[in-house]
Design a protein around this ligand. Structure first.
Ligand code: ADE
Length: 466
């Protein structure tokens, strides 16, 4: 991922992002930091980039021309296309973790840093897609704010952080504040490190950390704690019908869920990563009520919904002008041991495989395939060094896209690929599941053979119709 920063102080940005984790990631080429000096783009022979404000007022304003030219130069360098351009300003939307997750999905991001009294409105209107603030205070310029955002976004880019945060245990720590941590010496100013942490007993350590994280959150952020408790309760209820609702329960377990609505009559979740909505309700009336609560006029609705009852689908079609494009049954692997793994040449795929994957898997577009590959979520099976088949994890968490190329069928490669991904998923502490189209008999048979249980009820995928 590349961060382009348009600024009058490029050295400040380059220096601020050249150290520690972000600096190392940039040095290794995992992320790119491109500080662009707006002054290099002014037409003014004295290299001036600012001027007095029409109508009066204290101070100077950055002029449109150099900002526009600097922005254009970045677009040309990237090769055009739509690139989100963030203007740092106290007038923007307040930055938060969900926004960082959203921005981390982009390949390129441009940050525009104002100085003095700001920037001529006309160029902002032309280039800016997102106005973002760090909070209700005023900085002398946007550079520090851009650096804060880059730090928060870059640490979400795969491989920037080394510690394997994918090893998730049943703690839901992602919804809580961090537990306290200690390093050597064991006793400092008479205070000992808590016994549990010195015990070497992993279960005990995990429980201690969970308890402290909960305590801290309850005391310092009762709002977060209330949301956390509701999510835990919601997951428990979803798991009463786990085959039908494993997608939603896993979204919560994998710490990606935003709970939009939950009561005994229904649940509406948003996947914070993919933006898709997942919806279940006991009755058509309850579903209608929940939809009404989430349909205030003008509010942007997500493109994709996974709907767990047919009557809800009918409501969606009627109210939201959405159409069903896929009807699936969920298959869930409920054991903790993976099916036997055969020695096979299975490797994580890289960008060079995107085209061939897309060629053999027409259900998704190439951008989606590229995104999955970039997240390290696609695996290929190779026979004599040739790609013979592939499987991936969908953005919402299910296994899918399982394909064996025609020349390699009937050799057990599909089973090998899925067993491999089941194994990987279990290693992370997650429950493997997939969604199979009802008419795909071969896949349903494979699921049963591998020991997955298939839900009786279906899930319908809806998208906006234009
Ligand atoms: N520029 C000046 N103040 C700012 C703030 N609070 N957030 C983002 N950018 C800014």
């Amino acid at each position: 991922m590349n961060f382009h920063v348009l600024t009058l102080f490029p050295e400040m940005v380059a220096a601020g992002l050249s150290e520690s984790i972000i600096g190392r990631a940039a040095a290794k080429g995992i992320i790119g930091i491109n500080a662009v000096n707006i002054r290099d783009f002014t037409d003014d022979k004295h290299k001036k980039t600012d001027d007095y404000i029409y109508g009066g007022g204290a101070g100077l304003l950055m002029q449109a021309q150099p900002v526009y030219a600097a922005h254009k130069s970045v677009l040309e360098k990237i090769g055009g296309g739509k690139v989100r351009t963030v203007y740092l300003t106290p007038q923007g939307k307040t930055f938060h973790q969900g926004m960082a997750e959203e921005f981390a999905k982009e390949e390129d991001l441009i940050f525009l840093c104002g100085h003095y009294e700001g920037i001529d409105e006309r160029v902002l209107e032309r280039v800016v897609t997102d106005y973002v603030s760090l909070g209700d205070f005023v900085l002398t310029g946007g550079e520090l704010a851009a650096m804060v955002m880059i730090d928060a976004i870059a640490r979400l880019v795969p491989d920037v952080l080394h510690n394997d945060s994918s090893v998730v245990e049943e703690t839901f720590s992602g919804y809580l504040l961090e537990y306290p941590q200690y390093t050597r010496p064991e006793v400092w100013m008479g205070e000992r490190v808590p016994d549990a942490l010195l015990s070497g007993n992993h279960k005990k350590i995990r429980e201690w950390r969970q308890q402290k994280a909960e305590e801290r959150t309850r005391l310092n952020r009762p709002d977060l704690y209330a949301a956390y408790e509701k999510l835990i309760q919601c997951r428990r209820e979803l798991l009463r019908d786990k085959l039908h609702h494993m997608d939603m329960a896993e979204l919560i377990f994998r710490e990606k869920a935003e709970l939009l609505y939950h009561d005994s009559e229904g649940t509406l979740l948003r996947d914070r990563m993919s933006g898709c909505f997942m919806f279940t309700a006991k009755s058509r009336e309850a579903g209608g009520r929940i939809l009404d609560a989430f349909l205030p006029s003008g509010k942007e609705m997500p493109e994709l919904w996974a709907v767990h009852q047919d009557f809800l689908g009918e409501e969606m079609a009627r109210r939201l002008n959405m159409t069903v494009f896929l009807c699936v049954r969920q298959a869930v692997y409920t054991r903790r041991e993976a099916p036997p793994l055969k020695a096979q040449d299975i490797r994580q795929l890289s960008a060079e495989h995107a085209e061939v994957v897309r060629h053999h898997y027409a259900m998704e577009d190439e951008d989606y395939i590229r995104d999955r590959i970039a997240h390290g979520a696609m695996y290929g099976i190779f026979v004599e060094n040739e790609l013979a088949g592939f499987i991936g994890e969908h953005a919402e968490g299910g296994m899918g896209m399982l394909t064996v190329l025609p020349a390699y069928r009937r050799r057990g490669l599909a089973a090998a690929l899925e067993s491999f991904l089941i194994h990987k998923t279990l290693q992370k502490g997650y429950t493997p599941f997939c969604q199979v189209e009802e008419e795909n008999e071969a896949s349903l048979k494979l699921q049963e053979k591998l020991g997955l249980y298939i839900a009786r009820e279906k899930v319908w995928w809806y998208k906006k119709s234009y």
